[in-house]
Ligand binder design. Structure first.
Ligand code: HEC
Length: 168
């Protein structure tokens, strides 16, 4: 354990040092393109959906509103501080997923795609605020808005996904 920790620290230090050196050796010019080259977009949009955004959205939707079951209406909202902190962190994933989709290498265009990506981040921030305030109604509204952002983008960029997604 100790060894691993020391190893990781050494790795981080050497990464830090090389970043520092890179920064020093390339002043002003070309720094923008260096930054772009540093994004790792190995995961394509479909994978970001399946592994990052969809699971995060599912947790958020499963944590708001009510469901009817055998014993009557059950409230889905978190009931403890830990529960709210968890959905607060989960909403932060949605905020950042908006940025992930907007990265060069993933963004499909510089137009509506960016509007929907930003929409995800905005709605994610609303959900974070609602969770921080333990505001159930605002949290539910953020969830509903989140759903419309997903649907709008799918309708525009991948109509096939719409039916698949709604069957879930
Ligand atoms: C900026 C546009 C955009 C937004 C916003 C968006 N999606 Fe997607 N989504 C896509 C595209 C494009 C695909 C099809 C990707 C492909 O098949 O190459 C997709 C595919 C999917 C898939 C299918 C993945 C698979 O394995 O086939 C799921 C599930 C999904 N999205 C969930 C969501 C959810 C949930 C949200 C909202 C929380 C959302 N998406 C928001 C563009 C978007």
């Amino acid at each position: 354990m100790n060894r691993i920790t020391r190893h990781s620290v050494a790795l981080l230090l050497s990464l830090g040092a090389s970043l520092f050196l890179t920064a020093c050796s390339s002043p002003e010019d070309g720094s923008d393109s260096d930054a772009v080259a540093a994004f790792n977009t190995t995961l394509d949009v479909k994978q970001v959906m399946a592994y990052v955004l969809d699971p995060a959205a599912d947790i958020l939707w499963a944590s708001g509103g009510w469901v009817m079951d055998a014993s009557g209406y059950e409230e889905l909202y978190p009931t403890t501080d830990e529960g709210w902190d968890y959905v607060h962190a989960d909403a932060a994933v949605v905020v950042e997923a908006g940025n992930m989709l907007a990265l060069p290498g993933r963004a499909v265009d510089n137009d509506a795609w960016m509007v929907y990506s930003k929409g995800l981040s905005d709605v994610g921030l609303q959900a974070m605020e609602a969770a921080a305030a333990r505001d159930k109604e605002a949290f539910f509204q953020a969830g509903a808005q989140l759903y419309s952002v997903c649907t709008a983008c799918h309708q525009a960029y991948n109509p096939d996904i719409l039916s698949k997604f709604q069957n879930d």
